[in-house]
Ligand binder design. Structure first.
Ligand SMILES: Cc1cc2nc3c(=O)[nH]c(=O)nc-3n(C[C@H](O)[C@H](O)[C@H](O)COP(=O)(O)O)c2cc1C
Length: 349
């Protein structure tokens, strides 16, 4: 299994919309973890070029993440009402709202480039590919991983032939990666999710959400994960393309919360002005709201205004180290080992 090839059980989370770079993935893979490319919001040919660039730069295993398009219905009246509420933001940022459009993110195109380029791992977010699609990937020698947020999703991924599941606790930064976005189910913290999924499904579990130091890495391994997928703790790494104004907010303790204000889909970010003013009315409508707010967010980023764009971050963001990614991996591994031996000693008394 590919996970056995890793020197350290550390997987860099794909982070679309800025932080993920080829350089970050190369650094993590070369350090003995597993780097990931994020293709969300991107184009098929960019994914192909990035896979080739990454493969040329490292001989170590890596992964590629793809968003699974959904068909969720949304309330057009609620979307119109929300966009009217955002009119003052247009004036503030001197930029018009985009069209609240839908797209399928060229799903078929992404799948066929994966089959052609054959990265060692492909992971999926916002849904589970069909059993035929997973079989096609596996026939091309690709391990298929699926992001889940509850044990039933893990069971479905197992039935469809996935090789592993990424279990994402509610602590995680960025979008909730599960199959549905109804907001009607119970949101599980990582420890509960890990244990419940462990008893419901036989696949290897990769833990994600709030893991930002060696002790929390050790904790999820003890709790049944084979590896951790870590996002926010790599956002201040030299190789991450995290916006400077976003970096500044990540450094300091500040509350995070779920919001649909930026994209129409639940995601965790550091609470800023935009998020606190607009979350209450933001409807469930992804990717429509994502496209509608995109020009406003771009303009806020250009101005370095951290109160006008999404500050995705996990709950432990203030622990993120400011180091080259290689040193982040080595520090996490060393500290996890130390935490495990302290724990073992405790039981030998
Ligand atoms: C800035 C940012 C962007 C993200 N983008 C993606 C993505 O493109 N695909 C994905 O599967 N998960 C994405 N995630 C979620 C991560 O895969 C992972 O679940 C999360 O980072 C784990 O929690 P942590 O940030 O506390 O480590 C993103 C997270 C962040 C913080």
């Amino acid at each position: 299994m590919i996970l056995d090839e890793l020197v350290h059980p550390i997987i860099q989370a794909p982070m679309a919309g800025g932080p993920s770079t080829v350089a970050l993935a190369v650094a993590v893979s070369d350090a003995g973890g597993m780097g990931f490319l994020a293709t969300g919001y991107g184009r098929v040919e960019t994914m192909r070029a990035q896979i080739r660039e990454l493969r040329a730069a490292t001989e170590r295993p890596f992964g590629v993440n793809v968003f699974v398009p959904g068909s969720a219905r949304y309330d057009e009246v609620a979307v119109e009402r929300y966009l009217r509420q955002l009119a003052p933001e247009e004036r503030r940022y001197g930029s018009e709202l985009g069209l609240p459009r839908d797209d399928d993110d060229d799903w078929a195109g992404f799948l066929s480039v994966l089959e052609q380029e054959r990265p060692p791992v492909a992971s999926f977010t916002f849904g589970c590919p069909s059993d035929e699609e997973i079989a096609r990937l596996r026939a091309a020698g690709i391990s298929a991983w699926v992001t889940v947020t509850d044990p039933a999703e893990a069971q479905l991924a197992q039935e469809r032939g996935a090789d592993a599941v990424i279990v994402q606790g509610l602590e995680a930064g960025g979008h909730r990666g599960g199959f549905r976005d109804e907001g009607d189910g119970e949101e599980l913290t990582l420890l509960s999710l890990l244990r419940l999924t462990h008893s419901a499904c036989d696949l290897p579990l990769i833990a994600a959400g709030g893991i930002a130091d060696g002790a929390s890495l050790a904790a999820v391994l003890v709790a049944g994960a084979v590896a951790a997928q870590i996002g926010t703790a790599f956002m201040l790494a030299d190789e991450a393309a995290t916006h400077p104004a976003h970096r500044e907010r990540l450094r300091h303790a500040a509350p995070t919360a779920f919001t649909r204000a930026f994209s129409g889909r639940q995601a965790r970010g550091i609470v800023n002005r935009f998020q606190s003013e607009h979350s209450a009315l933001a409807p469930r409508a992804y990717p429509q709201i994502h496209y509608a707010t995109s020009p406003l967010r771009a303009s806020a980023r250009d101005r370095g205004d951290a109160d006008g764009f999404n500050l995705w971050a996990g709950q432990t963001h203030s622990l993120a180290p400011e180091l080259p990614a290689r040193d982040v991996v080595l520090m996490l591994a060393t500290d996890a080992r130390a935490a495990l031996s302290r724990t073992t000693e405790r039981f030998q008394r």
